[in-house]
Design a protein around this ligand. Structure first.
Ligand code: FMN
Length: 481
């Protein structure tokens, strides 16, 4: 790969852009990015499923802290996998302080995903996090850096303090991160801390500082990041509102179209002339999954594009097979539909939801599910009346949320996308001895309706190489970069 990739395969959580997809893209000479969201949970479930293929074991064997690796392995691994009616183990939820067992599996999970994505080639790979999911950051980034991650990409927030964390970890120094706490008062202690030496089992050489690419949707945010971040910002991903996953909310007062989706306008457009003036590389995201779109981006001064949707449905992605095939069939029949849901995600950001029977997009499936919050990644931190840091989620049982000072209006239409997204990656929680199985939720960009363009004639699926071939207008999908 030349110094900067033309194509970034965007991070897609939970485990849609898994190590397998990112490794494939990286081998093809572009930037493969693993999702860093909820990796502790993903790893625990892979181990409880018996580690099919033995990939986790291979990565555990490469982890530098041997005692810790075996402790985590022995805690979760079930030879042959758990019985289908048995529930997966519930990990402790994240808080301001990270309990040691959670920190250990978090460090290893991030290491494993990056290690496997980097296996067998020498191109860089990236990891994607959502700034809004703050509590796992310090542990997760250290694990990813231990595995030599080349890029950290972060969306859904203003990650001013991440560069300082990356710099500290180069020499295994302690790092801290401010937790956003609703209602926090002057003098409250809201800073999270992590000390690598508490986990290291011997000295290690310095780590490489990954490049840092915030994902932004406005010029103002780009300028703020460059001026106020506590270290180097190496470039930006500029993501528009047609992109899959969470979208930045529209600027100004929220208005909805006749379908109930947020309306975006001129104020939401990023001025690329101004971006060029900043003098740092940038990539465009949101509907850039084609050769013409890539050329337009390059003509506009971008280093390239970040593409999600096209890769999300390719053979190598972690989207579970039954959903993937059903949606590819819908696309071919011209029936695929994506709804930008202004309320589904407890994060408060609009979230794109693919309409698919049997998933949480189905009103009946949603209403049927008792409200349970047992993963808790999207919980918000708030100041309790006693001055402590508490956590609440607008999709937890309404009475509990209200008892924590949450507003009832926030609970309407909220979905447990933590459980649903893990289910979409193929590891749904089962409850009540297997009688209840969590349903998934599929997210995608508006580009979904056009992905049949990647299928070869006579085929009902496509690979990551097909996507890259179409984007670069080449025969094989392999670049000489
Ligand atoms: C299934 C899916 C999951 C996504 N999850 C994330 C995520 O966890 N973090 C993130 O920053 N972006 C996420 N995105 C956005 C992508 O990284 C990328 O920026 C976007 O998909 C580009 O637009 P496109 O969908 O039109 O290609 C996701 C996109 C998809 C399709």
């Amino acid at each position: 790969m030349s110094d900067l990739p033309k194509i970034i395969q965007g991070g897609m959580g939970v485990a849609i852009s898994n190590w397998r997809l990112a490794q494939t893209v990286a081998r093809l000479g572009q930037l493969g990015v693993v999702s860093g969201t909820a990796l502790d949970q993903v790893l625990a479930r892979r181990l409880e499923d018996g580690d099919p293929g033995g990939h986790m074991r291979r990565a555990f064997d490469a982890f530098p802290f041997r005692v810790m690796a075996e402790r985590v392995w022995n805690t979760y691994f079930i030879p042959g996998g758990k019985a289908p009616e048995t529930s997966y183990t519930r990990l402790p939820t994240h808080g301001k302080a990270c309990p040691r067992p959670l920190a250990e599996i978090g460090i290893i999970a991030n290491f494993v995903e990056v290690f496997l994505a980097r296996e067998g080639h020498s191109n860089p790979v990236g990891i994607n996090y959502l700034e809004k999911i703050q509590t796992p950051h310090l542990v997760a980034i250290y694990g990813a850096m231990l595995a030599g991650v080349g890029f950290v990409l972060m969306g859904a927030g203003i990650p001013l303090k991440i560069p300082g964390v990356l710099d500290a970890y180069v020499n295994h120094q302690p790092a801290s991160y401010p937790l956003y706490v609703v209602g926090a008062q002057e003098g409250d202690d809201t800073t999270m801390h992590f000390t690598p030496r508490d986990f290291m089992e011997g000295d290690l050489p310095p780590l490489t500082r990954p490049r840092f690419l915030p994902i932004i949707a406005s010029n103002t945010l780009a300028v703020t990041m460059l001026k106020k971040a506590n270290g180097k910002v190496d470039g930006f991903i500029i993501e528009g509102p047609t992109a899959g996953g969470h979208n930045a909310p529209p600027r100004g007062k929220l208005t909805l179209n006749e379908l109930g989706e947020p309306v975006y306008g001129d104020r939401d457009r990023v001025d690329l002339e101004k971006m060029r003036e900043l003098g740092v590389p940038f990539w465009l995201a949101g509907g850039y999954g084609g050769a013409d779109a890539l050329q337009q981006a390059l003509d506009a001064g971008a280093a390239g594009v970040q593409v999600g949707t096209a890769f999300g449905y390719c053979e190598e992605s972690g989207l579970r097979a039954d959903y993937k095939q059903a949606l590819l069939d819908q696309v071919v029949r011209g029936e695929a539909r994506v709804f930008t849901d202004p309320v589904a995600s407890p994060s408060g950001f609009p979230f794109k939801v693919v309409q698919l029977g049997g998933t949480m997009s189905d009103e009946e499936v949603y209403l049927d599910r008792p409200r349970i919050c047992d993963l808790g990644y999207l919980r918000e931190a708030y100041r309790t009346p006693g001055g402590e840091v508490g956590f609440r989620c607008s999709s937890e049982p309404v009475s509990i949320y209200l008892s924590k000072g949450g507003a009832e209006a926030n609970t309407v239409g909220r979905k447990c996308i933590c459980n649903a997204l893990v289910a979409t990656a193929g590891a749904p929680q089962t409850r009540a001895k297997g009688r209840i199985v969590e349903a998934g939720i599929v997210t995608s960009g508006d580009d979904l309706t056009g992905i049949a363009r990647f299928m070869r004639p006579g085929s009902t699926s496509y690979t990551a190489a097909d996507v890259i071939r179409v984007l670069l207008n080449t025969g094989s999908g392999v670049t000489q970069d």
